[in-house]
Design a binder for this molecule. Structure first.
Ligand code: NAD
Length: 363
């Protein structure tokens, strides 16, 4: 297998965590006899400084010419006074829209060893493993008309979907559910919103193609409670754009740390992979960043862009094993620093690398 990955490490802790993700990917590829073709380009604040724009044309061209893009994070305090379309985050929005992915996958899962970091009780989250599939290009964030009319003191946005937009993201969610526990929960507000009635009707139609997947519907307000009360009951959760933005952040508390969460955006020209966290300027360059979210993002590249499920699962299991052995980055050790072996960013990367190597070589 040959995979061409563009790494856009970005700003702050972005380069630190993507370095570790890439080194784990290289190890896995090496053991399996796969070739990784890696290129690196600038995005965000670093690109503003060197190229005068948050998304240089050569970065975009290289992204469109790759099999997958691994993005670190963008943003820095020195750019905060720039207008929104000139800021590092504008580069992120531009690359997301150019790559065209419409299905944003955000896993939210519990690590037993990190239960103490979650505000939820261990017996509620232990074993929870949800995959959010959030529609990313439609709904309230993009619907027209939208306006703030300052003359009349009115503002409006439009939650709009076509049936085709719902069908394409629903198909991806059902396909993912088939590979998991074969349960899909579609979230809407069909008791109030016509757009949700269309959403529900389209999802029901797609469900006929996937008779092996059990489909349930939940209203978004009820779902916000269920995620907190009984997260273990859910497998794949399909949502429109706004609902998914809110619910997937809420579900982040299951994992207990921002530094642990990966994401993937698929369905477009090129898949885009990024850890959830930002550039964390407060800890950048100090070796304090948790690279596990980026490393788990690397696992998603192998699963969704290379079809290497066993290798992806091996990375995920290695992360779990390293935590079981009591290794933590400082953000994960806050509650009990004496009880753990606290590692730097590179030391944590090395631990996962060693563990995945042992697992794959002995497999
Ligand atoms: P943030 O995610 O960067 O940081 C929030 C807090 O979590 C900080 O205390 C940080 O130290 C900690 N944290 C984050 N990731 C961590 C990790 N891997 N290991 C250990 N601790 C970690 O969010 P913020 O502070 O709101 O934003 C900082 C900058 O990042 C801003 O410029 C913002 O616009 C940008 N941002 C970028 C993205 C992205 O690139 N996808 C996402 C969110 C924020």
């Amino acid at each position: 297998m040959h995979l061409k990955i563009l790494v856009t490490a970005g700003d702050g802790i972005g380069p630190e965590v993507t370095n570790e993700a890439v080194s784990v990917l290289k190890e896995v590829a090496n053991i399996g006899g796969h070739t990784l073709e890696l290129d690196a380009k600038r995005i965000g604040g670093i690109a503003i400084t060197t190229d005068g724009t948050p998304l240089p044309v050569d970065t975009l061209a290289a992204a469109l010419d790759s099999d997958a893009v691994l993005l670190g994070a963008v943003g820095g305090n020195e750019f905060n006074s720039l207008p929104p379309d000139k800021r590092p985050e504008a580069g992120l929005l531009q690359i997301r829209s150019a790559l065209g992915g419409f299905a944003n996958l955000r896993p939210a899962f519990a690590f037993k060893e990190l239960a103490v970091n979650s505000p939820l009780r261990p017996e509620i989250i232990d074993g929870a493993d949800i995959l959010f599939v959030r529609e990313l290009l439609g709904g309230l964030y993009f619907g027209q008309p939208r306006e703030w009319n300052k003359a009349t003191n009115e503002a409006w946005n439009t939650m709009r979907y076509t049936k085709a937009e719902v069908v394409r993201v629903a198909r991806i969610a059902f396909q993912l559910a088939q590979k998991r526990r074969k349960k899909l929960c579609s979230v809407d507000k069909a008791n109030v919103l016509e757009v949700s009635q269309l959403w529900r009707a389209a999802v029901i139609e797609v469900a006929a193609e996937f008779p092996d997947v059990a489909l349930e519907h939940q209203y978004v307000d009820a779902m916000a409670m269920h995620i907190m009360n009984r997260p273990k009951d859910f497998d794949v959760v399909l949502t429109e754009n706004l609902f998914g933005d809110i619910l997937s952040d809420e579900a982040g508390v299951i994992t207990g740390s921002l530094g642990m969460l990966p994401s993937a955006t698929i369905g477009g020209k090129v898949n885009l992979y990024e850890p959830i966290h930002g550039s964390a300027p407060d800890i950048a360059g100090k070796g304090l960043a948790n690279p596990l979210g980026a490393i788990l993002t690397g696992a998603l590249i192998l699963r969704h862009s290379a079809g290497l499920e066993a290798e992806a699962a091996a990375i995920e299991t290695s992360v779990r094993k390293v935590l079981e052995q009591g290794f933590r980055t400082p953000d994960l050790a806050r509650t009990n620093p004496q009880g753990f072996t606290v590692l730097s960013t590179t030391e944590m990367g090395a631990k996962v690398r060693e563990t995945v190597k042992t697992m794959l070589v002995n497999a």
